[in-house]
Design a protein around this ligand. Sequence first.
Ligand SMILES: [Zn+2]
Length: 246
Amino acid sequence: MIKVKPLGVNGAFTKYYHNNYIFELGNRKLLVDAGTTLRSSLIESLYQESDITDIVITHLHSDHVGGLEEFAQRCKWVHNHKPTLWIRTELAGGLLQIISSGLCTDGLKLSDYFNLEFIDDGFIIDAYEVELIYTDNLHAGNMLSMGLKINDIQGYKNIIFTSDIAKHKEAQFDGYIDQLTVALFHDVSVVPNAVHSFLHDVIDYYKGKIELNKIYGMHYQDDIDIKTLNKETGINFVTRNTTYEF
Ligand SMILES: [Zn+2]
């Protein structure tokens, strides 16, 4: 069983929490993105840093990486815990630049905080393969970014996670959908937005490609009427601190 717990579901400028997730994959807990609100959202989710075994960062906006340095500091100094940080090779320069200056003091190296693993296509944790879906320049211009496809290696199910995306048609997530896909976590903005997918475009595009009730909308604006939108659109808007089991 894959458990997905959103630590937050909203955008970069939210008054609540950023769109960061924990995927429970067997005995491992994969943190997907670490925004600046992570210090609070993690506590409210009833997890703590030492529960997180693995981390992957989808792109370098602050609502996805701004909390990573503090997370690392707390892992080391509060919990004496060293998680694995899976780093897409092309993202390594930028990512390490963001966190190194605060972490690599007094002779410390990043490898004192994380088990560092550099990856190109994906990685395997427990009985799951986490596949990278490159979306470079399709969320924001001149930006490396990626979504994820999480495959149950036994071949029972998979979940697709777009992370932030504007040009979802060009990203061709639908090419990753198959009969084993149980959920598509998709960026949806309820108003047109240059760097995020517009809700109604998403619904129009995926009609006939996947059942709408398998689409889980995320990264949406604060304080929208989720119940009404769920009913009107037929998709699910994820809510924070709800555990979704697949
Ligand atoms: Zn972003």
